[in-house]
Design a protein around this ligand. Structure first.
Ligand code: PEP
Ligand code: MG
Length: 626
């Protein structure tokens, strides 16, 4: 069960126990917000220092390992922000930064108001009017300025404190109309926050002792995680998210323990609380007793020794006892990740998620910049295969400033659908990819294909990119393989057309599970239903593996299932011979393969796929791994 909390020493649900140290409490009228907020925050901080209670929380382990360190809280405003102290001399600058952001949003809203067509419904203008009024109200325009001075904090944090206070007040209002305005406040604050964090002058906070700190957030977007990739942290905790959300995937790429779906970590844990996080079990121990702490330090050491032993396998070929080779490949988000693939003996890159090159920036990378990134990976892999996926933007991965409104983003204009709808964007990437093909063994992988028309349009776009390079006299490899991801059930079922026209396939189990079971992979409320062993999922995977084998088309698995050592025997038993995973899992999966007699497990793997009772499936998988 995720998101729970248990311990004989669980804190009671009092304001002291549930408020974060920096979170103002109380029900002050909006006019007196600033002074009340700072006083309450100081009181909370004092209470926190005097009451460091020990308790445990349970979530979903998103990245294995044990981390021990002090908590560092990240705001839970719509946009996650960091909290840092601003030296007294810099406070006027910080205030100016906030005022400039306000002015910019004021202009933005005025422009929006001016651009409403005369024929538009009157509600449109009224809606903007409300937002302009909210922005102009001293609660938002003056309150954060006072907090910057009172708390000597950054503008984002001050705005977030003010937002928390306002939202708390709204929660106590009975009038349904007024309560509706809560959403408007959030939207206005989000606009200001976006300007603040998007400003060129914004730098990530320098948090003392951060190499040991454990980040605690309500939610983090994949783009946030990419930014944190630049900072040293020991681990991550979030209230929301599923284990295959892109945030969790990026957390794994940091190779530090992470737990998601904790539900109330951000409210119960306080700044500088001592934390032990066990990413394997999904358990957090807050303010542990000294004996628990020393036990975990020993476990952490033992894990380190275990890892060092595994490292010896890096140069061993991955083959079963009876001699079947399995190709183990790495998933990466950028050129910097290649080193880890090589260190852990990866025989190539099976999935380069290129969309991360496009995130956290105002301008999209042009052809040359993309080419350099793809070439760097191709060259670093030194002739080993490198499979680069075309842009998979959409759902939880968004570009700055271009978030498209969609009620169901995972079902909307995502991945290849978005690329086909934006031919210049796609053409630029395809040219960059083809140019990089001259520097290694490069394959192009297309995400989320589901129809024959998309496939035809994609192949025509590749042909156009090739022709344009020929026209320009630019070299590229003559035989770049074009593959497709199988991540939509329709694709797995109506596979023939893809087998006929593509050079290889790669099963994206993260999305295949999401779409087969209708479970949003980022939603912690349904995370318990996300099940890689669901009989429907297993029969789709087995069917794709078998039909691809018969058609002579290579097929890999590149979703998170590939890196789950408990599923290794099942997957290879079903005939899969290429597994692409986060590099941190390569050696453990290899170790399992080295201990596997394929002839012993194939019959059992097929039996598991025919089994319809999920509990029995689980028991049989356990037997397979025994
Ligand atoms: C997948 O869906 O399994 C996959 C590998 O793609 P992503 O996780 O980037 O959606
Ligand atoms: Mg996918």
């Amino acid at each position: 069960m995720s998101g729970g909390m248990d311990h004989p020493l669980d804190p009671p649900d009092t304001p002291d126990a549930t408020a974060s140290t920096a979170r103002p409490s109380g029900s002050a009228a909006a006019g007196g917000v600033a002074s009340t907020a700072s006083a309450a925050a100081a009181a909370d901080a004092a209470a926190a220092r005097s009451m460091r209670m020990s308790f445990t929380m349970h979530g979903i382990g998103a990245s294995d390992g044990i981390a021990i360190g002090p908590a560092h809280l990240v705001s839970y405003a719509t946009l996650e922000v960091a909290h840092y102290l601003v030296p007294a001399g810099e406070l006027p600058n910080e205030r100016r930064r906030f005022e400039t952001a306000l002015a910019s949003v004021r202009d933005e809203l005025a422009q929006l108001r001016g651009s409403i067509p005369a024929a538009a419904p009157a509600e449109f203008a009224a809606f903007i009017d409300v937002h302009q009024m909210i922005l102009a109200d001293s609660t938002l325009s003056q309150g954060p300025l006072d907090l910057i001075d009172a708390q000597q904090c950054n503008a984002e944090w001050a705005l977030k404190l003010q937002l928390d206070l306002l939202l708390d007040q709204f929660d106590t209002i009975d009038d349904p109309y007024l309560r509706e305005r809560r959403g408007d406040i959030l939207q206005v604050v989000e606009r200001v926050m976006k300007v603040l964090v998007g400003r060129p002058g914004y730098t990530p906070p320098n948090i003392p002792g951060s190499a040991r700190a454990i980040l605690v957030a309500h939610d983090l977007s994949p783009a946030d995680m990419m930014q944190f990739k630049q900072l040293p942290f020991a681990g991550f905790l979030t209230d929301l998210g599923g284990s295959t959300s892109h945030t969790a995937i990026v957390a794994r790429s940091l190779a530090i323990p992470a737990i998601v779906a904790l539900h109330r970590a951000r409210t119960l844990i306080r700044e500088n609380d001592m934390l032990i996080i066990d990413g394997t079990l999904g358990v957090v121990i807050v303010n542990p007793d000294p004996s628990v702490l020393s036990e975990y330090r020993l476990r952490q050491e033992a894990l380190g020794i275990e890892r060092a032993k595994l490292q010896r396998l890096a140069t061993r070929p991955a083959a079963t006892i009876d001699g079947t080779s399995i190709e183990l490949l790495g998933n990466i988000e950028g050129p910097d990740d290649v080193a880890e693939v090589r260190l852990n003996g990866g025989m190539g890159v099976g999935l380069f998620r290129t969309e991360f090159l496009f995130m956290n920036r105002d301008e999209l990378p042009d052809e040359d910049e993309q080419f350099e990134a793809y070439r760097a990976v191709a060259q670093a892999m030194d002739g080993l295969p490198v499979t680069i996926r075309t842009l998979d933007i959409g759902a939880d991965k968004t570009l700055r400033g271009s978030e498209r409104a969609s009620a169901n983003p995972a079902l909307g204009l995502r991945a290849i659908r978005l690329c086909l709808a934006d031919p210049p964007l796609f053409h630029t990437q395809l040219r960059a990819l083809l140019r990089a093909s001259a520097f290694g063994t490069l394959n192009i992988l297309v995400p989320m294909l589901s129809t024959k028309q998309e496939l035809a349009q994609t192949l025509a776009a590749v042909a156009r990119a090739r022709a344009s390079l020929v026209d320009d006299g630019i070299a590229f490899a003559p035989s770049v393989a074009i593959g497709g991801m199988v991540e939509i059930p329709a694709t797995a079922i109506a596979l023939d057309v893809f087998l006929r026209h593509l050079d290889f396939l790669s099963i994206g189990t993260n999305d295949l599970i999401q779409y087969t079971l209708a479970i949003d992979r980022t939603d912690d409320a349904v995370a318990h239903l996300y099940d890689p062993l669901h009989p429907a999922v297993l029969s789709l995977i087995a069917g794709v593996a078998e039909r691809a084998r018969r058609a002579g088309v290579p097929v890999a698995v590149c979703g998170e299932m590939a890196g789950d050592v408990d599923l290794t025997r099942l997957l290879i038993g079903l005939g899969l011979r290429q597994l692409s995973m986060h590099p941190a899992f390569l050696l453990e999966v290899k170790q399992r393969i080295l201990k596997t007699q394929l002839s012993d497990i194939s019959t059992m793997a097929r039996r598991i796929v025919r089994t319809r009772d999920p509990d029995r499936v689980r028991r049989l998988v356990e037997r397979l791994n025994a």
